[in-house]
Write a protein that binds this ligand. Structure first.
Ligand SMILES: [Zn+2]
Length: 77
């Protein structure tokens, strides 16, 4: 079983403490497991406070929502 699974849009993927629903090949709704708060994350940004704050001083900063999205897009690798 070495074949890669295809990553589907609008399927819930659990990554650590968050659930990722892809809405396109580069964006997703990310929900914390213990919270109903939906965040819009893309491969280049996120609407969470952590990203908004940290990206001011670090253009390459990736919050955990972006990391989770990238994890799903890379098929868990
Ligand atoms: Zn975020």
């Amino acid at each position: 079983m070495s074949a890669k699974k295809e990553v589907k849009l609008f399927e819930p993927y659990e990554v650590g403490d968050v659930i990722v629903f892809l809405t396109s090949k580069t964006s997703a709704k990310v929900v914390d497991i213990d919270c109903r708060w939906e965040l819009e994350a893309t491969t280049t940004g996120c609407e969470c406070c952590t990203y908004q704050w940290r990206s001011r001083s670090n253009k390459h900063f990736k919050c955990r929502h972006m990391e989770a999205l990238l994890h799903v897009l890379n098929n868990g690798e």
